[in-house]
Design a protein around this ligand. Structure first.
Ligand code: T1G
Ligand code: NAD
Length: 709
């Protein structure tokens, strides 16, 4: 037996223990080890029953996604998979009891369902989360789960990837019993009872009482498809999962498994699977910061203060109190403070209406806010987050004031979207404790937090903020200090290019629709209307003197500002808005004004193909992303991808802009960018890193591997 799987016997029961930390994934050697254990138990005459259990913190968390990613990329062949193991478990004449703690996910649950019985810890969770990485269960899960739960519940679980808590798993029939006692002891006892019984071990594959179909099922499946339609836009796996599960009612077990295998293969080969697996590892890579001492522990953050209760300050305060951390909320005058608190209350009331929270939960949270007009009240906070107007002199003044009262160990964070963290830090006596915490609007909802490292920010401040992001249930990505950091710096060329396309003859709706169909949550011009064209104009005023005069700039910026076409807030912008509606309508009058401006500027008009819209906008992101990488502003390309998925609504199944470029092939990307440079001007000059990688036939992902060879 390998070290990955251990075998021992106790009172006539063989105990097969899986030992592949941290999550007992089914990497090479694990399925083979379990199979060897089953064979040994079969041969061993002293053994009457088997218990399969995970060692460490969990049962099996599923197939090894690293291996799956290699298969998806065509670098490793699929092989026989888990099915021979499942057959051997089920065929054993001695009862096999699966003991579940932690999580039984994917292939882990599939192995559990091939066992004859399942016992779970009351706190365990089970699920088939494969769709989250673009595939469907590939080891009979779509055929066994409906035999335990019925078709409708299995379809829902396989299509959404939802994790089921143990009590619900019991109710659904996925597990046979829960225990609060010692899991191994209880399972051994249960196994002995089953061995003593005259009944042969129960085979999941032979159960068929729950496989009936009727009108209620058809309705439930329609409902399910409708329910996931928005989240699953552009995805294939959730619908293939439903197809595989429903085939369980039409086909005998073995044929159902063949059907599943066909659909699984189609998923595994898809760009969707490659994209989502990239995101899975990208989300976990963000916490790895190469130049920090590995044993540095975060400082506990038990209280916070937020300075400024405007749009962002209010949302940031909500993020803290949602995580149970009390917040002092400071404003300049009573009216602004009251206004900020009203908005917070209003937001919570909407959540209560939607059934997300109860009144009591909201009251408990609101009680964690201490409103104040005085700096003295922030003195005890472990972190102070500044969210006042975007103005360097004001922020420097506010930081001096905070520095004077905050306790010596406190972290001072700024929510600035563009300003230099170094200059803000230098207004204080503790630049090492100053850092950017760039939340995204609405801050209580959006998952992304860009953590901006200034020139003097200390490692301790960084690790504390990284850990804090997790506590706040945010995706915290560490980035360097430059104008717009990573997200907004890239967004600028992206939205500029969208505007240029409109100036050259595309309609506003055509540009947005093309990118929406690509999978973005919203088109770029609709986003500008949401963020406010006045905000864009203001930022432009601050930086316009630094822009080289030959660099192409959007034509409509001043017009939009002067005509109060500020977007949703004034009822018109790139679109026109009916009162209280967020969905804009095309505005032919405004488009005529754009044509006039374009004519005055000598821009020829033409029909613009959708592919050009995609290439120019997306490659504008990629080229800027490559510059950001070569400057070391982002640690790795997958960090940029995570920022775009969690902060900007880039479609996760495309893996993020940098992965998308890898998928296209950097050679092709580089050639296209060169072509744009020739046709559109020097602002399209390819990033040095893009050129290098393309010429070496490498990818951004290869470049990331320099950190983790
Ligand atoms: N394969 C490889 N590595 C994995 C892994 C997996 N399945 N699950 C986790 N890891 C690594 C992860 O990258 C990280 O590594 C470390 O373990 C801790 O993870 C045949 C085809 C189990 C709920 O989708 O949901 O089975 O960063 O930080 O917050 O039909 O991990 O430390 O180097 O996430 O405690 C289905 C995915 C596979 C489960 C634990 N299974 N994992 O969360 O820790 S497909 C999944 C999770 C399949 C079959 C099909 C979570 C977790 P590192 P972590 P955590
Ligand atoms: P806002 O105008 O809604 O709110 C700013 C608040 O700060 C106002 O209520 C004001 O009264 C208060 N304030 C000013 N001086 C203060 C002081 N000395 N003490 C306490 N309060 C003071 O602005 P906002 O949109 O919330 O933006 C705040 C910051 O967040 C800016 O730096 C902005 O760039 C950044 N940001 C904004 C967004 C966004 O989408 N709005 C997104 C990310 C970051």
């Amino acid at each position: 037996m390998s070290e990955l799987v251990r075998y021992q016997t106790q009172q006539g029961v063989a105990i097969i223990g899986v030992n592949n930390p941290p999550v007992n994934a089914l990497g090479p050697g694990v399925p083979e080890g379990i199979l060897a254990g089953i064979e040994k138990a079969r041969e061993d005459e002293g053994v009457r029953a088997v218990v399969l259990i995970g060692e460490g913190r969990t049962f099996i968390a599923g197939a090894d996604i690293k291996q799956l990613a290699l298969m998806a990329a065509g670098k490793v062949s699929r092989g026989a998979g888990l099915r021979p193991l499942l057959s051997a478990i089920e065929a054993l004449s001695k009862p096999v009891v699966c003991a579940i703690h932690g999580t039984a996910l994917g292939g882990g649950l599939e192995i559990a369902m091939a066992c004859h019985y399942r016992i779970a810890n009351a706190g365990a969770r089970v699920g088939q989360p494969e769709v989250k990485i673009g595939i469907i269960p590939g080891a009979e899960g779509t055929q066994r789960l409906p035999r335990l739960t019925g078709i409708a519940a299995a379809a829902e679980l396989c299509a959404t990837g939802r994790m089921v808590p143990a009590p619900e798993a019991l109710k659904l029939g996925i597990v046979d019993a829960l225990t609060q006692e010692d899991l191994l002891e209880t399972s051994i006892q249960f196994a002995q009872e089953r061995a003593a019984s005259a009944e042969p071990p129960r085979k999941t594959s032979a159960l068929d009482e729950k496989l009936g179909t009727d009108q209620a099922l058809t309705d439930a499946l329609d409902q399910l498809k409708k329910g996931i339609a928005r989240k699953a836009r552009g995805l294939k796996a959730p619908f293939r999962a439903i197809e595989a599960v429903t085939s369980a009612a039409q086909l005998p077990f073995s044929e159902g498994c063949e059907k599943e295998a066909e659909l699984f293969d189609a998923c595994l080969r898809s760009p969707e699977a490659q994209g989502l697996m990239h995101v899975f590892f990208g989300e976990r890579a963000i916490t790895k910061i190469p130049d920090l001492p590995p044993d540095l522990k975060p400082t506990p953050v038990q209280s916070a203060a937020v300075v400024g209760a405007g749009t962002m300050g209010g949302g940031i305060a909500m993020s803290y109190i949602n995580a149970g951390i009390p917040v002092v909320l400071k404003e300049v005058d009573q009216a602004s403070l009251d206004k900020g608190l009203d908005i917070i209350r209003h937001n919570y009331a909407a959540s209560v209406k939607r059934g997300k929270f109860t009144e009591e939960q909201v009251e408990k949270r609101l009680a964690l806010i201490t409103p104040t007009l005085s700096y003295e009240d922030i003195a005890r906070a472990d972190i102070v987050v500044e969210a006042v107007f975007e103005n360097l002199e004001l922020k420097r003044k506010v930081f001096r004031e905070i520095d004077a009262v905050a306790k010596p160990t406190a972290i001072l964070a700024s929510n600035t979207s563009t300003l230099d963290i170094g200059q803000i830090a230098d207004a204080t006596q503790r630049p090492q404790s100053v850092i950017g915490n760039h939340f995204f609007s609405p801050a209580n909802i959006m998952k992304l937090l860009e953590i901006v490292r200034g020139p003097k920010t200390s490692p301790q401040t960084i690790v504390t903020c990284m850990a804090l992001a997790k506590t706040l249930r945010k995706v915290g990505v560490l980035v360097g200090n430059c104008f717009g950091f990573v997200g907004n710096r890239m967004f600028n060329p992206y939205t500029n290019e969208s505007q240029f396309l409109v100036e050259e003859g595309a309609s506003v709706a055509q540009v947005d629709q093309t990118l929406y169909e690509f999978g973005w949550a919203m088109g770029p011009l609709a986003v500008l209307d949401l963020a406010g064209n006045d905000v864009g104009w203001r930022i432009h005023q601050e930086v316009k003197d630094q822009i080289p005069p030959e660099k192409r700039q959007p034509l409509m910026t001043d017009y939009l500002y002067e005509e109060k076409r500020w977007g949703q807030k004034t009822g018109k912008g790139w679109y026109q808005y009916e009162p209280k509606r967020r969905q804009g309508n095309p505005d032919p009058e405004f488009e005529a004004v754009i044509r006039q401006h374009a004519q005055d500027a000598g821009i020829p008009q033409r029909d613009i193909p959708s592919q050009e819209i995609l290439d120019r906008t997306l490659l504008a992101l990629v080229n800027e992303g490559a510059k950001i990488l070569e400057e070391g502003i982002a640690i790795r390309s997958s960090d940029i991808d995570i920022i775009y998925i969690y902060g900007y609504g880039f479609p996760a199944h495309r893996g993020g802009p940098m992965h998308y470029a890898d998928h296209l092939g950097l050679n092709r990307v580089y050639e296209r960018v060169q072509q744009f440079e020739t046709e559109l001007g020097p602002y399209w000059k390819p990033a040095r890193l893009l050129k290098e990688l393309a010429q070496q036939n490498r990818t951004f992902q290869d470049h990331d591997r320099r950190l983790n060879p």
